[in-house]
Write a protein that binds this ligand. Structure first.
Ligand SMILES: Cc1ncc(COP(=O)(O)O)c(C=O)c1O
Length: 379
């Protein structure tokens, strides 16, 4: 048996999305910037996709900038505001549990003379609005706090943060990558200025995403060249993948309620199965408020690298936030922010499920963990 349970890393592409992409690739290949008939046909697909996406997210079509994915969107959001608004201040705020496509950009900006405050999180992975309030300064020009964490699934109070920043000059960016398909997203009522998403986390293709740029948000565009995306992101648009992303977003948002119920059920089923085997484990994050597809568990009995290898050999494909560099395991920066120096920062595994999975899949994973536990006990 083979069970893929790493859907927070990437998803398979939905068959409807594959059909959409294939059709556009073969029948609508025009360059959207060409003014002839074939180009205009490509432009029509691009415009329709933009309108569809904007409608689903409750944004205006011109607020959508297509990119090559979340890494580019995060880079554009953070550098774009930092460079454009530096005359208003050079203080930036983010959290210590962001994805590396956010953290590494801030680290670079620090080298360029910006001052960055990395907000701490509590043991559940929450940034409190009070900590943000204390960190905010007159010269703060950007706050970038992720919506749903990719390792432990903690969901931040993005609406409260937006409320706090409403009468402050700071631009508010959120990396919403992990929330799509799991929470309804209404950008107008969320009141964020910049929002990142990427298609391959919701059954769309890799290499395509977008940055929502609220009207009048100051942003220095980073990719120069042609006049695509109203001169905000040069490069011929990948119309096939953009239309695939629009289809994937439609499917994911139509399916939120049903999919969340299934995922919550699978998560609980997994916890119950592990408990029924008396396997020692602790949950990282909060069971009830975290994203429904992510379950991050600390197993005190085994080295995570060994565990991932045995799981892999037995057909269970999952991952951990800790990276293996030069033969030693680097602790997860997210778990370190939550727990400080603790074995769980190196001994935790992220299971991320899909609504396509079954109870049998979950039982199989639990059984393989039981075998590893027993093997360790007998060693
Ligand atoms: C929270 C978060 N942000 C950003 C990214 C980067 O996305 P992409 O692969 O589209 O560059 C990921 C993907 O792992 C993610 O989980």
């Amino acid at each position: 048996m083979k069970v893929y349970a790493d859907y927070a890393a990437t998803t398979n592409v939905a068959p409807e999305v594959v059909s959409e992409i294939t059709e556009v690739l073969s029948d609508h290949f025009g360059n959207a910037s060409s003014i002839h008939h074939i180009g205009r046909d490509g432009r029509r697909i691009l415009d329709q996709s933009r309108m569809k996406i904007a409608k689903i997210l409750n944004a205006s079509p011109r607020e959508i900038v297509f990119t090559s994915g979340a890494t580019e969107s995060n880079n554009l959001a953070i550098k774009g505001v930092a460079y454009q608004n530096q005359h208003k201040g050079k203080h930036l705020i983010t959290s210590s549990i962001e994805h590396h496509s956010v953290l590494h950009v801030f680290e670079q900006l620090e080298k360029e003379g910006y001052e960055v405050t990395y907000l701490p999180v509590d043991a559940q992975g929450f940034v409190t609005v009070d900590t943000l309030k204390d960190a905010l300064r007159k010269d703060t020009i950007l706050v970038s706090i992720m919506f749903g964490n990719n390792e432990v699934g903690t969901v931040q109070s993005v609406d409260e943060i937006a409320e706090l920043l409403d009468d402050h000059q700071a631009v508010f960016h959120t990396d919403g990558v992990q929330t799509i398909g799991h929470m309804p997203i209404d950008l107008k009522s969320l009141k964020v200025d910049l929002f990142t998403l990427t298609a391959h986390k919701f059954y769309g293709p890799k290499g395509v995403g977008l940055l929502y740029v609220k009207d009048k948000t100051p942003l220095q565009f980073q990719q120069l060249g042609g006049a695509q995306e109203i001169k905000r992101r040069a490069g011929t648009e990948n119309i096939a993948y953009i239309s695939g992303m629009a289809k994937a977003l439609e499917l994911a948002t139509d399916n939120i309620e049903q999919s969340s119920l299934k995922l919550i059920h699978l998560k609980q089923h997994f916890i119950n199965a592990l408990q029924s085997y008396d396997i020692p484990f602790e949950l990282n994050g909060d069971m009830n408020t975290s994203l429904p597809h992510i379950t991050n568990l600390y197993f005190p009995f085994s080295d995570v690298e060994k565990m991932l290898t045995i799981l892999d050999m037995n057909g269970v494909f999952v991952s951990s936030g800790s990276a293996c560099t030069a033969g030693s395991i680097e602790p997860s920066h997210v778990l370190t922010a939550m727990f400080g120096e603790h074995p769980r920062t190196k001994q935790s595994i992220r299971f991320s499920f899909s609504h396509q999975m079954t109870e049998e899949d979950i039982d199989y994973i639990a059984l393989q963990i039981k075998k590893i536990y027993e093997m360790n006990r007998n060693e």
